[in-house]
Design a protein around this ligand. Structure first.
Ligand SMILES: Nc1ncnc2c1ncn2[C@@H]1O[C@H](COP(=O)(O)OP(=O)(O)O)[C@@H](O)[C@H]1O
Ligand SMILES: [Mg+2]
Length: 264
C-alpha cells in the first residue's frame, strides 16, 4: 500500500439509489445502488460495455436515468444537470481526452476555472472592476496545480504536442482547477506505459491525500485498482455483481466468474 497515514473516511457524500438507464433497447444500467464516502477512493470496475462510463455520466448529469435518484451532499436529485453538478463541485476527466490541443497547458488548466470566475466576461475583457486582480488569483491557483503535477516545463507548450501520458495529466489538472469535492476519473491510465501509470497513481493518491478530494475511479488495471482503492463496485452487463473492499471483491465468486476469460 502507498498510503502511509491512517486516513479518515467521512460520511456518505454521494448516494446512487436504484439507478436504471437505457438507450432505446439497450439497458446500460439496471437498478444499481452504491454510495461514496467523503475522502474515499471508490473504484468502478467491470468488462467493456459494463456501464461504467454511463454511471459517471449519470453522476455528473450528462445522462438522465429513467429510474432512481442521486443524493449528493444530502440533496436529492431525480435529475442532475452538468451545470448543477459542476456548481456542486463534481468534476471529471474523460476516457477520450477533451482538451484544447492547440492551447497551452496553462490555458487548458485555466479553462477549468471558468466556473469559479465571478467577474463577467465583459469586465474580464476590459480588465476592470477587479477582474484583473481576480485573474491573478486564478492564475496563481493554476500555477500551484502545475507545480503539484510537475508539469512546469510544459506550461506554455500546446497540449497537442505533449506525449499522451502528460496530456492525461493536464486533463487531471483541468479538473483540479475546479477545486472539486468529488472527482470522477474515467480510465485515467488507459493507454499508458508502466511508468506513466505509476506517476498517475501517485498523483491520484496525492490529490486524495493532500486535498482530501473524494474520488470515483474507473480503471482496468487490476493491480492499480486493488492498490489504491478504499472500496470497489463491480459492474457486469449493467448490473452490480460486487461491492466491497479490494480484498472482498477479489474473492467474490461472481466477480471472478465475470473476469475469467475476459481480456482487460
Ligand atoms: N450515448 C449512448 N447511446 C447509446 N448507447 C450507449 C450510449 N452510451 C453507452 N451506451 C451503451 O451502454 C452500454 C454501456 O456502455 P459504457 O457505459 O460506455 O460501458 P463501459 O464504460 O463500462 O465500457 C454499452 O452497451 C454501450 O453501447
Ligand atoms: Mg467506459
Amino acid at each position: 500500500m502507498h498510503q502511509v497515514n491512517e486516513k479518515k473516511i467521512g460520511d456518505v457524500i454521494l448516494d446512487m439509489q436504484s439507478i436504471s438507464l437505457s438507450f432505446g433497447g439497450v439497458k446500460a444500467l439496471t437498478n444499481i445502488s452504491f454510495n461514496v464516502k467523503e475522502h474515499e477512493i471508490r473504484s468502478i470496475i467491470g468488462p467493456n460495455g459494463a456501464g461504467k462510463s454511463s454511471m459517471l455520466n449519470v453522476i455528473n448529469g450528462v445522462y438522465t436515468p429513467q429510474e432512481g435518484s442521486i443524493v449528493f451532499d444530502n440533496k436529492n436529485f431525480d435529475k442532475m444537470s452538468p451545470r448543477r453538478a459542476a456548481e456542486m463541485g463534481i468534476a471529471r476527466t474523460f476516457q477520450n481526452l477533451a482538451l484544447f490541443k492547440g492551447m497551452s497547458v496553462l490555458d487548458n488548466i485555466m479553462s477549468g476555472r471558468n466556473l469559479r470566475m465571478k467577474s463577467g466576461l465583459l469586465s474580464q475583457a476590459f480588465r476592470i472592476f477587479g477582474a484583473e486582480k481576480e485573474e491573478i488569483q486564478h492564475r496563481e491557483y493554476v500555477e500551484n496545480i502545475i507545480d503539484f503535477l510537475e508539469i512546469q516545463a510544459y506550461r506554455k507548450t500546446p497540449v497537442g504536442r505533449l506525449p499522451y501520458g502528460l496530456q492525461k495529466r493536464v486533463d487531471l489538472g483541468r479538473a483540479l482547477a475546479m477545486e472539486p469535492r468529488l472527482l470522477l476519473l474515467d480510465e485515467p491510465m488507459a493507454g499508458m506505459n508502466i511508468e506513466e501509470k505509476q506517476d498517475m497513481s501517485r498523483f491520484i493518491l496525492d490529490v486524495n491525500d493532500e486535498f482530501g478530494t473524494t474520488i470515483v475511479l474507473i480503471e482496468h488495471d487490476m493491480g492499480v485498482v486493488m492498490d489504491i482503492s478504499d472500496r470497489v463496485v463491480v459492474l457486469d452487463y449493467g448490473k452490480k455483481i460486487g461491492d466491497g473492499t479490494p480484498a472482498e471483491v477479489r474473492t467474490n465468486e461472481d466477480v471472478i466468474r465475470a473476469y475469467l476469460g475476459v481480456e482487460h
